[in-house]
Design a protein around this ligand. Sequence first.
Ligand code: IMP
Length: 206
Amino acid sequence: MSARKLSRGGRLVVASHNPGKLREIADLVRPFGLDTVSAAAMSVSEPEETETTFAGNARLKALHSAKATGLPALSDDSGLEIEGLGGDPGVYSARWAGPAKDFSLAMQKVHDALAAKRGWEEIAGPRANFTAALCLAWPDGDTHIFEGKVFGRLVWPPRGSKGFGYDPMFLADGETETFGEMEPEKKHAISHRARAFRLFIDACLE
Ligand code: IMP
């Protein structure tokens, strides 16, 4: 089924409390004549991410905001999936960094979990992907998911300080710089999030 379009001049709730994501989404949809408002500005709470897939968590967050505000709402859920760890940390990517959101710690945990499974013996490095799921939800409960992935390998030790999260240990296929070493414009052109957004824009904006 094709996705419902958002019309120019309309309002879109961004179902995230992360200022970085809010800014990025506002910039992306502005050229299409949409006004964004954050869930926080509409006094919508943040639901607990209880699902086991990116799409499930994105759907839960977008539906929560759409129902609470009576407006269409867009959410995003993302993370790192590692083949040799059965897809972990996956939807738990943020949680592996602990309450202090320490991604050096999270990357060390990834390193140690892979070492315990001899994952680093793969010559070119363990295979992994970043995934981003976007969900557009309508107040009547209709939802559409747009999912983007970027595949690559992990490196150790981590390299670069430009990105965030697990960027310094992720080397996308065909690249020589990790996401942590890459200029942000270059990462934003090839990332999982960019791919998901392209699908959303093509399907829902006019
Ligand atoms: P979310 O805010 O629940 O979607 O959490 C996603 C988590 O996945 C982030 O805290 C990061 O740890 C990780 N992640 C998602 N996208 C990226 C990325 O582009 N680079 C590095 N880490 C990412």
